[in-house]
Design a binder for this molecule. Structure first.
Ligand code: DWN
Length: 417
């Protein structure tokens, strides 16, 4: 374990309170997107503590140990374009945003954590000027090749000023599945405030804590995700900034996400959906997510789910059946590593991402092949590790069931279909 690349926090990243209470520890696990090359299988892997805690003051759920982001994001293998569901979701977001504030060309759209430029491409196709920001050198190269101007780095006030100087202020700033990865949220919002036009909007989206708890999505807890947001702590964060939340939407991407709309406090042109926001807070309170007890319950239910996943896979192996995995997803690596399920149980994983094929899962060293392998090898069962795309995967693989194959869905309960 490389302690110098891990920082233990003793105060909440939103309210600075020291009232942080650990409620679930996964032990020391490999970074879930640190896939292994064949010739590196003998190399010692760095493991990092994965423990999640609850701030008893502002109620933010967050990681206790923070891994140096450069280890996780400077070279990044996750790309949104590996899923049609996500690409369709991006296209819908671009169209809805255009309608929402009656965007006129050539408004500037900035996407933070723009990855390979998939979302910005949707805005570009609608005729807008676009700029991306991403720390992954390998992805910025791809985005630039796709004609998407991208600033290399971790978004902050310095990058915000550079964009304004080189381009102009943004009418819209988007950030999907990024804000939960950010350690210094205050600096991040100060950058947003600098970059955003006075009448502009900031739209961020991430998995919703309420869904995570209700659907026992323990495998979305991993080193990349520093925060697990609910509305109450986000409101507290907004109060400390020059921005305010004016609308919130819930959607079913990634097992259940929230899309949060922010504007400058000085912008009086946009109506604040106060009733809607109050309903979210009421629902959260009713779900008990402002009380530590709810997290003790969650922790117990996760351990039960882990045991039932292990038991079902063990029984299938006892019956001399072959099991493969579907989707070399970060969440899948957490699930298998936490459940201590290795190559003795899962023969291989298939994945549509060309960058991941030929590599091995971190920690478990399970090989990754292209999806067609399922039809060459014909395993008896396939556990869908990318369960957030189960609909797309099942639709795409009807043939596998026709030839007698069975799918296993591990979350929110283990079911065989
Ligand atoms: O927040 C994050 C989410 C957005 O993406 C990042 N921290 C990291 C990453 O998490 P993930 O790896 O769990 O993401 P996905 O998009 O849920 O991973 C799905 C995996 O499944 C990809 O590797 C692609 C693969 N896949 C496939 O092989 N065939 C997906 C589909 C839909 C398919 O048909």
């Amino acid at each position: 374990m490389e302690y110098d690349s891990v920082e233990k926090i003793n105060s909440c990243r939103i309210c600075k309170s020291s009232a942080l209470i650990d409620f679930l520890s996964f032990g020391n696990l490999p970074i879930p997107n640190s896939f292994i090359k064949k010739d590196e299988l003998d190399k010692k892997e760095n493991l990092y503590p994965l423990t999640v805690c609850f701030c008893n003051s502002c109620k933010l759920v967050q990681l206790r140990y923070i891994v140096n982001p450069q280890i996780m994001f400077d070279n990044y293998l996750y790309i949104p374009s590996s899923s049609q569901t996500r690409l369709r979701h991006f296209k819908d977001l671009a169209i809805k945003t255009k309608q929402l504030i009656n965007l006129t060309k050539p408004a500037l759209i900035v996407d933070i954590g723009s990855n390979d430029g998939s979302l910005l491409n949707c805005f570009k196709n609608l005729g807008f000027d676009v700029v991306g920001v991403d720390p992954a050198e390998n992805l910025v190269r791809i985005a630039e090749l796709n004609g998407i101007e991208t600033f290399l780095g971790y978004f902050n006030t310095t990058i915000a000023r550079k964009i304004v100087k080189k381009n102009k202020k943004a009418s819209v700033i988007t950030s999907t599945n990024v804000v939960a990865h950010v350690a210094n949220l205050h600096e991040f919002l100060s950058g947003i405030e600098l970059l955003l036009d006075d009448n502009g909007i900031f739209i961020c989206q991430f998995p919703y804590l309420l869904d995570l708890l209700e659907k026992r999505q323990f495998d979305t807890i991993y080193h990349e995700h520093l925060s697990y947001f609910s509305i109450k702590p986000l409101q507290f964060l907004a109060e400390q900034s020059k921005l305010q939340i004016f609308n919130i939407e819930r959607n079913d991407l990634d097992g259940g996400s929230i899309r949060v709309y922010w504007k400058k406090k000085s912008n009086k042109t946009l109506e604040i959906k106060s009733k809607k926001i109050a309903l979210f807070l009421e629902k959260e309170k009713k779900a008990g997510i402002y009380d530590l007890q709810r997290y003790r319950q969650f922790s117990q239910s996760v351990k039960k789910l882990r045991d039932s996943i292990r038991n079902i896979l063990r029984d299938i192996k006892k019956a001399k059946k072959k099991i493969a995995g579907y989707g070399a997803a970060a969440k899948g690596n957490i699930l298998l590593n936490y459940c201590k399920i290795g190559r003795e149980t899962i023969s291989y994983v298939v994945d549509s991402t060309s960058y991941k094929q030929g590599l091995f899962l971190p920690g478990l060293h399970i090989p990754i092949f292209e999806e067609a392998r399922l039809y060459e090898d014909k395993p008896d069962y396939v556990i869908i590790l990318a369960w957030n795309f189960a609909e797309e995967i099942l639709e795409k693989n009807k043939k596998f069931k026709k030839i007698g194959g069975k799918f296993i869905l591990p979350i929110p309960d283990v079911v065989i279909i």
